[in-house]
Design a protein around this ligand. Structure first.
Ligand SMILES: Cc1cc2nc3c(=O)[nH]c(=O)nc-3n(C[C@H](O)[C@H](O)[C@H](O)COP(=O)(O)OP(=O)(O)OC[C@H]3O[C@@H](n4cnc5c(N)ncnc54)[C@H](O)[C@@H]3O)c2cc1C
Length: 430
């Protein structure tokens, strides 16, 4: 009997793996710790490289338009309200695929529903936390150790274990027991969604403020045809002294407006009233901007890390979810090339681990928001004419370097063949 590939975690990464394995004819089973998946989280961005993969998994523009909106612009605006930088995004920037701003929970539910439809309703087992693993002594297969919500322990055998169990990955902890705790550089984010009229292009991602004190906002839904209102995702952020540390990060910690609104009380511009936008959200979540130091390998025998479990990064580059989707597809392509076995995991690890680890550090250094650091260095963030402080060519070059490193430079992506050739099915392990 063929053992299934085991996947820990039914987040965006884990579900993308399940759908990819189904596409290439590899049986799998997803083990998810929560009792019931719910559409949690607020906005995320899907870069064109990830949208391409979603299209190839059968989620075209018609489907993605139901959970988000195609992004048209990425802009940085100084605290004085003057533009620092702006560029087209997605199709307008020459990509063959759009960029999307979507609701994270709605994307997860879309993938979950498709997984249940395509792979069967029992493919995702909820209420099962993966607590660790054991590689088979003869190198053939793996055992995942499980714990149910009531504390009952069990084991399940698989050919491989793909750990997509997120930021606090139990599998990664076993694989790298001496890894340092999560790293926090002092930034605190408050996140919410407010019904409001989108500004600028109607689908603009705007970062407003300084490198240490800013608000990022963008629409994540189509505007209502009658009122023009859309769901505006916002992140308000400050940086404080991090010497006392902040050991845990929980995406779902609710806070009151009164806990943070004073940091942005004066941010009223003729083109946007920031306090009104922040106060317009019913629910606000607080989250420290955390990541983990890169590890030298994502693989141990028949076990491999994927998504945030492999490379949780600051959301400054808007590429956490995108990279999880791309990981899933690259892993699928390696299974196609090498068969279902440790060789495929080795090839995946050798390709992605050295490529993505520097992106973690680049995002820690502010990612594309690094332009605001440069601005601060050169003029303390005070300027009338941005051209006199950072010439356009320098700003363009800075952004281009980031996109190349993060794998979403237009020319390279457009020229690349599909990660998974249409109709490809996996053969026996080589
Ligand atoms: C509830 C939630 C809300 C989020 N909200 C945002 C947001 O608003 N903005 C943003 O930028 N990013 C958010 N993220 C993170 C974002 O989804 C990820 O950075 C990105 O999508 C990569 O996804 P992933 O699948 O690797 O990890 P995740 O999306 O974190 O998914 C991991 C999954 O594994 C499950 N899991 C965890 N431990 C175990 C275990 N031991 N065994 C089995 N299953 C396990 C989790 O319940 C989860 O379903 C959120 C993540 C979560 C879990």
């Amino acid at each position: 009997m063929t053992l299934p590939v085991l996947i820990a975690g039914a987040g965006i990464g884990g579900l993308s793996v399940a759908l990819t394995l189904h596409q290439i004819g590899v049986p799998c089973r997803v083990l998810e710790s929560v009792a019931e998946l719910k559409p949690l989280g607020v906005g995320i961005n899907l870069q064109p490289n990830a949208v391409r993969e979603l299209y190839e998994l059968g989620f075209g523009a018609e489907t993605l338009n139901t959970i988000g909106i195609q992004t048209r612009e990425w802009a940085l605006v100084g605290l004085n309200g003057n533009d620092v930088y702006s560029e087209n995004r997605g199709l307008l920037a020459g990509y063959h695929w759009p960029q999307y701003s979507v609701h994270r929970g709605r994307l997860q539910m879309l993938l979950y529903q498709a997984t249940r439809e395509r792979l069967g309703t029992d493919c995702v087992r909820t209420g099962q936390r993966v607590t660790g693993y054991r590689n088979a002594a003869d190198g053939c297969g793996v055992v995942a150790l499980l714990e149910s919500r009531s504390g009952e322990r069990s084991e399940i055998h698989g050919s491989l274990l793909i750990a997509a169990d997120g930021l606090h990955s139990a599998v990664r902890q076993q694989m790298h027991p001496t890894q340092p705790p999560v790293q926090w550089g002092g930034a605190i984010m408050w996140r919410g969604v407010t019904r409001a009229k989108p500004i600028r292009t109607g689908a603009s991602f705007v970062g407003l403020g300084t490198h240490k004190h800013r608000v990022v906002f963008y629409p994540i839904s189509q505007p209502d045809p009658v009122t023009g209102l859309a769901d505006i995702n916002w992140i308000a952020e400050i940086t404080v002294d991090s010497s006392k540390g902040w050991p845990e990060g929980d995406w779902n910690k609710r806070v009151r407006h009164a806990d943070f609104i004073h940091h942005f009380a004066q941010w009223n511009y003729p083109w946007i009233d920031i306090p009104a936008m922040l106060l317009g959200a019913d629910d606000v979540y607080e989250y420290p901007m955390i990541d983990r130091d890169p590890v030298p390998t994502w693989r141990d025998g028949n076990v491999v890390l994927l998504g945030d479990a492999a490379h949780v990064m600051y959301p400054t580059g808007s590429n956490g979810a995108s990279q999880a989707i791309v990981d899933a597809r690259v892993l699928g392509s390696m299974l196609l090339q090498h068969g279902v076995g440790a060789g495929a995991l080795k090839a995946y690890d050798e390709k992605l681990c050295p490529e993505i680890s520097p992106v973690i550090l680049r995002n820690r250094g502010a990612g594309p928001f690094g332009l605001l650091n440069l601005l601060d260095d050169r003029c303390g963030g005070v300027f009338d004419d941005i051209e006199a402080v950072i010439p356009r060519a320098e700003r363009d070059e800075f952004m281009h370097r980031y996109k190349v490193a993060a794998g979403f430079a237009a020319e390279r992506l457009n020229a690349a063949p599909p990660t998974i050739p249409p109709g490809a099915r996996v053969g026996p392990a080589g």
